[in-house]
Ligand binder design. Sequence first.
Ligand SMILES: Cc1cc2nc3c(=O)[nH]c(=O)nc-3n(C[C@H](O)[C@H](O)[C@H](O)COP(=O)(O)OP(=O)(O)OC[C@H]3O[C@@H](n4cnc5c(N)ncnc54)[C@H](O)[C@@H]3O)c2cc1C
Length: 344
Amino acid sequence: MSNQPGIFSSAVNLDLGGASQPAPGDAPAGAAGDDAVHDVVIVGSGPAGYTAAIYTARANLNPVLLAGSVTAGGELMNTTEVENYPGFIDGIMGPDLMNNMQQQAERFGADIRYEDVVSVALEGEVKTVTIEDGTVLKARAVIISTGSEYRKLGLEDEERLSGHGVSWCATCDGFFFKGQNIAVIGGGDSAIEEATFLTKFADKVTLIVRRDEFRASEIMRQRALDDPKIEIRWNSRVTGINGENKVESLDLVDTVTGEPSQLAVTGLFVAIGSDPRVGLVKDQLELTAENTIAVDGRTSTTSLPGVFAAGDVVDPTYRQAITAAASGCVAAVDVEHYLAALDS
Ligand SMILES: Cc1cc2nc3c(=O)[nH]c(=O)nc-3n(C[C@H](O)[C@H](O)[C@H](O)COP(=O)(O)OP(=O)(O)OC[C@H]3O[C@@H](n4cnc5c(N)ncnc54)[C@H](O)[C@@H]3O)c2cc1C
């Protein structure tokens, strides 16, 4: 993909589509029946889930992966070019990368089902995973890799212009804004971190803060105030994003006086937080202060035996495809060791 302004990797849209799906009834070789107790069931089909499926399938554990009915492939289905996943010299389109992972997992016999999990029961030696149509899968081990969701502003043009100037990930997309004037929304540590990182590329970064102070820590506050490329707009709220095919300006309103104004920018980074998808497990697994699933050190081991977690759902910090994939590998190896110990 090109470096043209307005066309970059993080094109969030609502059409999550899905990796190419097998014909109905196409059960891969080695898949166990639904009345069987599977060795491992994986919930989630991003880089973490598919990597866990590749590894557990190659370890002859016949994984069943529940991919989601409309969101299969995870966050990278929402992007255009991914330039930072190793192994692709010229980059790769996000959906192509996820398609490759899905096919690679299926090549080794992973049973991928395009269903939403509605509940799980994770205590005891045999866990159950219930999908939307009421089917209950039993498993000796479960990997939760349900990802995390960036918070949106909820503005009408936010989705239309995502990937065309609107982004949620400076690490992913900062590179595409060389020499431009851009804005970051948010007043916390991560907003300042994003803004500071973006000054490496942009000529000017306007940090839009809703109140007259930051929520961020003192050290981060000072960093923003000292940076000559960062201008702060206090008491400001974005009410509109303008541009035909790419971001051209923002509508702002002063939260104290109510006075409207416009800001000419070609990019908008939304840094108002993200929500790990822990709804299925929040009453059963220990969570961290950041609302991610708590795991033991560098492992994927959760607070319940036989339950493992991987990817952005355990990661408040790095949240990249490569770290999610690596984490999926860790979970698969942990499952192998767990099952081997049970069987010995
Ligand atoms: C717009 C955008 C652009 C990005 N660009 C880049 C980039 O260029 N490079 C990079 O390295 N990273 C990028 N990232 C970050 C990267 O996409 C994530 O770090 C990565 O996808 C996390 O992988 P994951 O497997 O943990 O979760 P996800 O990719 O979020 O996948 C989680 C999966 O779980 C499924 N799921 C959730 N709940 C259920 C359920 N109940 N039943 C069944 N399935 C369920 C979801 O549908 C989804 O398929 C980008 C992120 C965004 C949002």
